[in-house]
Design a protein around this ligand. Structure first.
Ligand SMILES: C[S@@+](CC[C@H](N)C(=O)[O-])C[C@H]1O[C@@H](n2cnc3c(N)ncnc32)[C@H](O)[C@@H]1O
Length: 254
């Protein structure tokens, strides 16, 4: 298992502290768990509505593009309600195995309800698995919530088998001005209200506003790729769509 992660923001944190939401690292962790617990039953609705119905298909295609195949053993970190895990189960089939992992008990419960066969409660920074267990690791739209990028990627490397593959799906700030302004308008102004009125969940607006604020302040893609390499991954690369709004990062364990 990994050694204890530091309790304060680190040099390789995915974004600087967001003082409008929390003052300490402990408060950040509590806020995330509570928000995700509360929004868990409505999370799939928000994902599908904000991606115009394409979210699940996009995740499945990304898994296939990165090489997930029948018979593989995959750990889906930050599984939420199982959005990536369920696609992975369809790809790996009966001869493979998918384990979902999430710190939010609300999300763990929802993932089981939605059909993820094996789900454990835990955090990316301290994975409750022995070395060299998995062929593949996925993480969908949660990298901005870890404490330290390089520390977390070392943990991914540890539980992957040699030649194992990591796939991190993310949303990021588009590179040029017009796509950035459009994305900002949509994700900062429209999606939080869409989530609020569409789900009637009082926590949905705040979560989706926080979502954009973490995207806006996130370290650049080059830093994420560098952290993968620092942790020991090789062939780290990114796949981008919509001017960089969608970015998948991948790498291989030597
Ligand atoms: C936006 S949801 C993503 C769900 C799903 N993977 C998807 O593709 O839509 C983010 C998830 O990350 C989880 N999370 C937050 N911090 C985490 C951490 N340190 N380690 C693992 N998961 C974390 C949350 O509980 C939440 O379920």
């Amino acid at each position: 298992m990994a050694s204890d992660i530091r309790k304060s923001p680190s040099a390789s944190a995915p974004h600087p502290p967001l003082r409008d939401y929390y003052q300490t690292e402990e408060q950040r962790r509590k806020l995330l768990d509570l928000q995700f617990d509360h929004v868990a039953p409505d999370y799939n609705w928000i994902t599908q509505a904000s991606s115009f119905g394409s979210g699940k298909r996009y995740r499945r295609e990304a898994l296939k593009r990165t090489g997930l195949t029948a018979g593989d053993t995959i750990l889906d970190i930050a599984c939420g309600p199982g959005t990536v895990s369920i696609s992975a189960q369809q790809i790996v089939g009966k001869t493979g195995r998918v384990v979902g992992l999430d710190p939010s008990i609300g999300m763990v419960t929802e993932a089981k309800k939605q059909g993820t066969l094996m789900v454990v409660q835990g955090k990316a920074e301290n994975l409750p698995f022995p070395d060299s267990t998995f062929d593949f690791i996925s993480m969908g739209y949660a990298l901005r919530h870890v404490t330290d990028l390089t520390f977390t990627f070392r943990e991914y490397l540890r539980v992957l088998k040699p030649e194992g593959q990591v796939l991190i799906l993310e949303i990021s700030r588009p590179d040029s001005s017009l796509p950035y302004q459009i994305s900002k308008l949509f994700l900062k102004q429209i999606v939080p209200w869409m989530a609020h009125f569409g789900t009637k969940n009082p926590h949905a607006h705040k979560l989706m506003k926080y979502y954009w604020d973490t995207i806006e302040t996130c370290v650049p893609p080059e830093t994420i790729l560098q952290s993968l390499e620092e942790a020991g991954f090789v062939q780290s690369q990114q796949y981008t769509l919509f001017g960089g709004l969608l970015r998948d990062y991948s790498g291989r364990k030597p």
